[in-house]
Design a protein around this ligand. Structure first.
Ligand SMILES: *Cc1c(COP(=O)(O)O)cnc(C)c1O
Length: 394
């Protein structure tokens, strides 16, 4: 410890609190593990037995119907992964080459990469402390400074580029401030897209995440709440957007009994039936996963209640989080101890990770336009994720 530091070392008490929740590990406790305790084996075996393993098959249709039922979104189109789903959302939003897309600097790389795939430029915006999601008020004030509405379109006065969409993200399964963000998007003529990759099973004011924006993307990567091995989905309540999502993700093929007719450049983004079969079995367990993850989160909150200098991230008011990953948030005064905490936790067998490196700090996105990012930068120095698998709730 720094000799000038007046307080006792905060790190051992934090490790002790994690131990109080998880017990002493045999080996290493992973950050997040998939759980296959349902009918996964039966459904996957059926694909193999019947030969329906690829991009056509009953499990893909069923997976999409199940996703609609769970999220309340009228249309769900399964994709090969979440990044592909985001790419399609951006194209459906009308994002074109040279446009700017507003998105948080505090997110996983997929959000920014999808913007690049659409030949657009990410424009990074700041986050709020409460939800870790985009700060609606700061964004609105910033747009007041730099944006200009002309002929029903919105432009960045500094770069001259058209700003077409706002992507928001529900960090670790905590819904961001959707009503306020939808207001900002409407006021500035931006299409609102929800990156709901981490928030399956999480709701905002009683509505499942992914229903407030015109479009949303889900992910079923191996580390997400529900996994298909790899996979994703586009959600929308607009029938035309739903149809177009399906068309673009299936090589823009015009249905015909035998002809190969494609009417635009499409993508081979369809989720294989084999993966959808896994997904159907996983969705049957979603409620149990979320219920146990919420119980685990409550135990972390209890264990850390008496530990000074840190708090456990809790769901914002009027939301119900899925607690995909539990997050410890250090006080500013303890920010310098983040790496010591990470080392101590990992040494003790509790796999722990910092926040993603912020997008504007990565070489390929360093030159992108951005607003001042004081909160995102402060959070990056203070957040630590701790083991969060549903099975840890016991
Ligand atoms: C996981 C994730 C995605 C999508 O990732 P894929 O691995 O392509 O499914 C997108 N955005 C965020 C924020 C994510 O966490």
């Amino acid at each position: 410890m720094d000799a000038s530091s007046p307080t006792i070392d905060a790190v051992p008490a934090m490790v002790q609190a994690v131990r109080a929740v998880l017990g002493k590990p045999q080996g290493t406790i992973a950050l997040h593990e998939p759980e296959f305790g349902g009918r996964e084996w039966d459904y996957v075996k059926e694909c193999i037995d019947t030969g329906w393993v690829s991009s056509v098959g009953s499990y893909v249709d069923r997976f999409e119907r199940d996703l609609s039922a769970i999220t309340g979104a009228r249309h769900a189109v399964a994709t090969a992964n979440g990044t592909a789903a985001l790419h399609i959302c951006l194209l459906l939003a009308g994002v074109a080459a040279g446009d700017e897309v507003l998105m948080p600097a505090l997110t996983f790389i997929a959000t920014a990469n999808a913007v690049s795939y659409a030949q657009a430029t990410p424009h990074f915006v700041d986050s709020e402390e409460r939800s870790l999601g985009v700060d609606a008020r700061a964004l609105d004030a910033y747009l007041g400074e730099i944006a200009e509405r002309r002929d029903g379109r919105t432009f960045n006065r500094r770069t001259g580029a058209r700003m077409r969409a706002l992507v928001v993200m529900h960090v670790f399964g905590h819904p961001c401030d959707l009503d306020a963000l939808a207001d900002v998007a409407a006021r500035w003529g931006l299409v609102l897209i929800e990156d709901a990759a981490e928030s399956l099973g999480a709701s905002y004011k009683g509505r499942h995440t992914g229903n407030v924006g015109q479009l949303a993307a889900l992910s079923f990567n191996g580390n997400k709440v529900v996994t298909t091995g790899g996979g994703g989905a586009v959600l929308s309540n607009d029938a035309a957007l739903g149809r177009r999502a399906k068309h673009l993700t299936t090589t823009a093929r015009v249905p015909h009994r035998w002809n190969f007719l494609h009417d635009e450049v499409g993508y081979n983004y369809r989720l294989p039936n084999l993966n959808a079969a896994l997904g159907c079995a996983q969705l049957e367990q979603l409620a149990s996963f979320v219920e146990r993850k919420r119980r685990l989160a409550a135990r972390y909150a209890e264990a850390f209640a008496g530990v000074p200098g840190v708090h456990v991230l809790r769901e914002p008011p009027q939301t119900r989080g899925n607690y995909w990953l539990n997050a410890l948030v250090l006080d500013e005064a303890n920010a310098a101890r983040r790496d010591d905490l990470l080392a101590a936790l990992n040494d003790a067998g509790y796999m722990s990770r910092p926040l993603w490196t912020l997008m504007h700090q990565l070489p390929m996105y360093a030159a992108c336009p951005r607003m001042p990012l004081p909160v995102a930068e402060s959070l990056e120095a203070r957040v630590v994720n701790v083991p969060s698998s549903a099975r840890l709730a016991g």
